[in-house]
Design a protein around this ligand. Structure first.
Ligand code: NAD
Length: 437
């Protein structure tokens, strides 16, 4: 089939390359001419494992190309996927829909009669209906669940597909687009527009709630003297709860969960069905960043527990491992906050250095973990890269000025670090050791 993908960021660039991999002819469209030039030259302008190879394979096969021209895209596509951003509005928690509105208007103007416009961006419930009423085109909503770091496999082998459709023809076209994926046994859920939109925001709200639940338990453990990692292990054995997403830490960030739960809460309030608990989920999440700052203060221990002049090494800048995405990154938030308090902060991340430097030019940066840790007074482990989990506490002890570490991801072994002489602090864990007896 002839497809276009409008908006070639994390979601759209992946979707375009994966649709070519499924055998379609694809044009990617973006208003960012630099991004289009990079993609057209085979360069993915962000870090996503496996995407570069897929992109280059299909530029070479001739099935994939990129343009800034809506005219070209409109004349070409039978199905147009809209994958533009839906960031948080500047003035409220609502999603900013200006990019979705502009992209739909532009492609609706240029689309051939009979073309299908498919929204993939995460939007407040009611958006698909509004767009379908505003433009004389066939519309569908096909929310996306990919995870950065696993984007290619999640697109080619998703857990499920969701089609929000209001005509048999729209469903048929989408079934044809995803035929190889459906043929591999991927479950398909078809729904009306509002349900399809809500599936995405509900899924993100559930995940955020699970993370904030265990982080709230960490808060209680901190004052009660419990160990949240042992608690999580014990409750996770219950099938109904399960062990995933129960690692207490500095919480979630990124370009999706924080803005999506805010937009969902905002929209639900507008509709008169408020989701007050999502406000608390958000608040718990933000408090965990503050807790890491407090622990750093505690470890610095100077007069008034000041961090003034302390050398603090921050391991991680991306909001999660295997990504260079720093949008709403807890690691950089904590780093910037400590720097504001007078600390001498040095950040290292295996992939996100360029993005971090652009967004936080005044922080210190190192080219390796070793360089970041050189003569550090406190180490903060804030993004769970495999490289950081593999650090040998006995060896690393020689790099720092004082062996003190905060594990903001609950991913390091406290006993091993303590045994090598480290003052080890975790979130929701008693200082220096484990709660297991
Ligand atoms: P992004 O910021 O990386 O990409 C958005 C792209 O849209 C940019 O390249 C921008 O230049 C382009 N754009 C903006 N206006 C345009 C227009 N009028 N025409 C053409 N292009 C335009 O964002 P993203 O992370 O890819 O997210 C896109 C959407 O997908 C959001 O709604 C997000 O919530 C959703 N989503 C993202 C992920 C993820 O992991 N990143 C996962 C699932 C869903």
């Amino acid at each position: 089939m002839r497809l276009t993908v409008i908006g070639t960021g994390y979601l759209g660039a992946t979707h375009a390359a994966c649709m070519a991999e499924l055998g379609h002819e694809v044009i990617g469209v973006d208003v960012d001419a630099d991004k289009i030039a990079a993609l057209g030259a085979g360069r993915v302008p962000f870090h996503e494992p496996g995407l570069g190879e897929l992109l280059r394979r299909h530029l070479d096969s001739g099935r994939l190309r990129f343009t800034t021209s809506y005219e070209e895209a409109g004349a070409f596509g039978e199905v147009h996927f809209v994958c533009v951003g839906t960031p948080q509005s500047r003035r409220s928690d609502a999603a900013d829909l200006r990019y979705v509105d502009a992209a739909f208007a532009a492609i609706a103007r240029h689309a051939e009669p009979g073309a299908l416009l498919v929204g993939k961006s995460t939007v407040p419930v009611g958006t698909a209906r509004r767009l379908a009423d505003a433009h004389p085109v066939d519309v569908a909503w096909n929310p996306e669940f990919l995870r950065e770091g696993f984007a290619v496999q999640d697109t080619l082998r998703p857990d499920r597909l969701v089609f929000g459709v209001e005509s048999a023809r729209a469903e048929e076209l989408l079934r044809e687009v995803y035929a190889p994926v459906l043929g591999a046994g991927t479950p398909l859920v078809t729904a009306d527009f509002p349900t399809a939109e809500l599936v995405k925001t509900a899924a993100n709200a559930f995940l955020a709630t699970k993370i904030s639940f265990i982080n709230a338990m960490a808060e209680v453990c901190e004052v009660a003297g419990g160990d949240v990692s042992v608690l999580a292990e014990a409750i996770g054995h219950d099938d109904r709860i399960g062990p995933k997403f129960l690692r207490a830490g500095v919480g979630f960030g990124g370009g999706c969960l924080p803005k999506d739960i805010r937009a969902f809460a905002h929209r639900a309030e507008e509709l008169g069905a408020p989701l007050a608990f999502l406000r608390e989920v958000d608040a718990i999440n933000m408090r965990r960043r503050e807790r890491v700052v407090e622990l750093a203060r505690e470890l610095c221990g100077g007069p008034g527990r000041s961090v003034m002049g302390a050398r603090i090494a921050v391991l991680g800048a991306a909001f999660k491992p295997d990504s260079d995405d720093i949008r709403d990154s807890p690691a950089l938030n904590v780093a910037a906050r400590l720097q504001l308090d007078g600390a001498d902060v040095t950040v290292y991340d295996p992939e996100a250095m360029d993005n971090a430097r652009k967004a936080f030019p005044l922080l210190g940066y190192a080219l390796s973990a070793r360089e970041a840790l050189h003569r550090a007074d406190v180490v903060l482990h804030l993004t769970e890269w495999a490289e950081f989990r593999a650090l040998d506490p006995a060896q690393v002890r020689h790099w720092v000025s004082r062996p003190r570490i905060v594990d903001g991801r609950g991913a390091l072994d406290p006993a091993a670090w303590a045994a090598s002489g480290w003052d080890f602090r975790g979130l929701g864990r008693p200082p220096g050791g484990e709660g297991k007896r």
